[in-house]
Every structure is written in C-alpha cells, then in structure tokens.
Design a protein around this ligand. Structure first.
Ligand SMILES: Nc1nc2c(ncn2[C@@H]2O[C@H](COP(=O)(O)OP(=O)(O)OP(=O)(O)O)[C@@H](O)[C@H]2O)c(=O)[nH]1
Ligand SMILES: [Mg+2]
Length: 428
C-alpha cells in the first residue's frame, strides 16, 4: 500500500467490508470495522466507505454472499475505491473470486497488518520476521495474481508464459523463504547468547504487554526515563526494548517494552514474531497495560490473553495496569473493571498519577520470587559477600569482628550458592 500511495501521490482509497457473525460474545462488527479503518489509515489509505453483512457462516466462494458482494462492488466503484479490504482473513480462493467481482485489489485484515508491520520494522531481525510472514501469506495467493494476468494476456497467446512465470515466481519465493529462515536462525542464536549474558545478572524480567495503543511505551518511558517512541498510532512499537529499572525498594528488575497485540492478529505474524516475543514468554512477571478510557477494554484484555496463550505465556504472574485514568469521563467505568480485576492498579502514564502505587505493587509481587536467607559469612570471604550483594537484596547486616551476619533476599535459583553459610531459612 505504501508503494501505491507514493506512486499516486494521493492516498489509496479503501472500501471496507465486515461480517457480523451470529456467535454469542463476538465483537460487534462496527467496533471491529472502526479498528480496521484505523489500521487502513495507519497504512496510509483513505477510507471512503464500508459495508456490513450479517452471516451465519462465511460463504465458501466469496466470504460474503454473492448478492451482497455485487452490491458492495457497485458502491465501491461509485466511491472511487482503489482497494477493498475485508475485516476477516480470506482464503486464496475467496480472494481470487472477490477480485473478479470487485474488479479491484482485494486485501484482508491480515495483509493490512502485515503491511503496517513491514513499514514499521527497523531492526534486522524485525525486517526478516515480517518479510517471512509476508511471503508465507503471499505464496498460496500467487496463483491468483498469475491466473489474473494470464486471463488478461490469454488473448494474445501469453497464457503459457504466464504459467511458466508463475512456477519461476513460486520457486523464487520458496528460495527466499528458505534463506530468510536461515538468517533468522542466526539472528536468534545471537540474541539467545545476549540473553544468557543478561541472565547472569539474575535480575528478574518484567515484560509490558497489552493491546496496541494502550500506552505501554509511555509507561515504559515514565518508569525507566527512556525515550522510546510513543505515538497515537497502532503498532508504534515493533522491536523490543529492555532497560534496567531500580525500584525504590532497591530491587532491581529488567523492564521490557514490546509490540502491541490486536484482535485477529495474523497467525503467521505471531509465528514469526515468536522469537521477539520470547521476552514475554520468559518474563517472571507481566505488566498487562489496558487503555481504561477505551470503551472496549474488556474485549481488548481478552484479545491480549488469546495472544499470550499462543506464545506460551498464559498463566504467568500478571499485574493488570489500567492506564489513561486522566482521560476517564466516567470514573464508575473503572470501578467495574477493578471489580473484575481486584489486584489491578490504576495509573496515568502521562501525568504520573498512580505510578508510585504501581512500583510498590510490582515490588511486592516480585518478592515471592526471592526469599529470605539468614547468612553468616566470614569477612575474609570477600568474593562471596560481593556476589551476595550483586544477586541479592540485603535487608540487615551486622558484623562481629570476624563474620558478617546478613539477612538477604536471594533469588531462588541462586540460593544453593549461599546454602553453606545459612543459619536458618524461612520464606518471605
Ligand atoms: N491521556 C493519556 N494518554 C496516554 C496515556 N498513556 C499513553 N497515552 C497516549 O496513548 C497513545 C499511545 O501510547 P503508546 O505508549 O505509544 O502506546 P503503546 O501501547 O506503546 O502502543 P503500540 O506500541 O502502538 O502498541 C499516545 O498518544 C500516548 O501519548 C495516559 O496515561 N493518558
Ligand atoms: Mg509502544
């Protein structure tokens, strides 16, 4: 879409289509289409209209019913649309058939999200991941493109060439996919080495997760004093950033900010971003940031939970953070959310309200990961003492002229190193 917008100088004009399924608890199609419009705008398109059809199940050939498809085709032509975007993922066959009905480029939500990600990718790994996801999405759809061309050129005897070209192109795409996988593997190994290095510091890892635009980066910046990009756009953040954070309690944690989640996040994308999202899967604690001023926060929470389970991070200790309370028109709305999530904290990452309480809660939640040890270490064991001070959190310390008596919180995986100096043990 980006290239298209550049070619024509004026934005690509998009007509959106959504289906309302009669399934209990499904997101109202209006909400979903509004979000699709935001995605389209983010990708650089101008939305000229939309259409909705109520469906029991998708139609095998054209997703929506053929009558509706003809009606929407007419409307999109009248509105001068260049592109038609469906809110649900289309099968290659559906896309092919719809392109005939509409006689314009037909995209689905998946292709749109992939397009936005490709515009946003900055790091080498991010770029590789997104290209892989795009090619995997494209591969089964190459047929559409080429059968379309060969149909056009069929009259002048190009059909055979078109088919040969298709084979060449499929082979090229497959080769590129293979190369991307190898390169990604290398990038991942490199990152794994970095992670092991970091683990040696034994700092607990806290990952910020949440729906796109919830305010994760703003919170990350407010807590760490970093200057990560925070924008009123979907998917402002793509590459994970990690920073050290020293809490008022003197506990040290690593805080990481990462890509936001969205409803119907393309499966290929979750697959190819799994490595990046390892930060989330490996975290000791999640901060789940919710935009409390957004009317659909309950659905957004549910969508985030779906993605968390897809990446194997379900059931992790989680602190719910209701953000943007400065924007709440009706504070009672928050009351309902807090009723459902009694342990949550309410903050404004922008004004700083509630951040102190957030820090206190974070400290309390991280504590069970470490537990107290009462230790007696000879003063002469300088290295052991230094090691304890770097991995643990010393609460009390006395010295009797020969031994240092300490009470310290020690991460569970480091306890064995100090066991021989232990006086007695109890949990925090
Ligand atoms: N009023 C208000 N706006 C906020 C607050 N926190 C974040 N925002 C705004 O919300 C928008 C999105 O913030 P980001 O921090 O980029 O959100 P994100 O969750 O990192 O978004 P992605 O990286 O795109 O997934 C920005 O315009 C922020 O200025 C808040 O507490 N109050
Ligand atoms: Mg962000």
């Amino acid at each position: 879409m980006k290239a298209h917008a550049r070619e024509h100088e004026s934005p690509e004009r998009a007509f959106l289509i959504g289906a309302q399924f009669r399934v209990a608890g499904s997101v109202p199609v209006r909400e979903s289409l509004d979000e699709l419009a935001e995605l389209a705008t983010t990708a650089g398109a101008e939305v000229i209209g939309d259409g909705i059809q109520k469906l029991t199940r998708p139609c095998a050939a054209t997703f929506i019913g053929p009558g509706k498809a003809a009606e929407f085709a007419q409307r999109s032509r009248e509105g001068g649309a260049d592109t038609v975007i469906f809110d649900d993922e289309l099968s290659p066959a559906q896309a092919r058939n719809l392109e005939k009905v509409f006689d314009r480029k037909v995209l689905d939500r998946t292709a749109l999200i992939l397009d936005i990600f490709s515009q946003r990718a900055r790091s080498r790994e991010g770029k590789l991941q997104i290209e892989l996801a795009q090619l995997q999405h494209l591969l089964p759809r190459l047929t559409r493109f080429w059968s379309h061309l060969s149909r056009q050129k069929g009259g002048i005897g190009m059909r055979g060439d078109g088919e040969t070209q298709l084979e060449v192109d499929r082979r090229r795409v497959l080769e590129r996919i293979g190369r991307l996988r190898t390169e990604l593997d290398q990038a991942r190994r490199h990152r794994a080495t970095q992670r092991t290095g970091r683990k040696r510091g034994h700092w607990p890892l806290v990952s910020i997760v949440g729906y796109t635009n919830a305010g994760k980066s703003t919170l990350f910046n407010a807590l760490t004093g970093a200057h990560s990009l925070a924008e009123d756009r979907l998917f402002a953040t793509l590459d994970p950033t990690t920073r050290r954070l020293r809490m008022p309690s003197n506990q040290k944690v690593l805080l990481s900010d990462t890509v936001g989640f969205i409803r119907k996040l393309p499966h290929q994308l979750v697959e190819s971003f799994k490595a990046t999202l390892e930060e989330v899967a490996e975290a000791d604690l999640l901060l789940h940031v919710v935009d409390a001023a957004n009317g659909r926060s309950a659905e957004q929470i549910a969508a985030v939970e779906v993605v968390l389970s897809e990446i194997g991070a379900q059931g992790k200790p989680t602190l719910m953070v209701f953000n943007k309370i400065d924007r709440l028109e009706d504070p009672r709305a928050l009351g309902a959310e807090l009723g459902r999530h009694p342990a949550a904290v309410a903050v404004s990452a922008r004004s700083g309200e509630g951040l102190e309480a957030l820090m206190a809660e974070l400290g309390a939640l991280l504590r069970p990961i470490r537990s107290f040890m009462d230790l007696q270490i000879p003063q002469s064991e300088g290295r052991v003492l230094a090691r304890l001070r770097s991995v643990g959190q010393v609460i009390e310390e006395t010295y009797d002229g020969q031994n240092v008596m300490l009470k310290a919180r020690v991460p569970s995986h480091c306890r064995s190193q100090f066991e021989r100096y232990a006086l007695d043990e109890r949990d925090a």
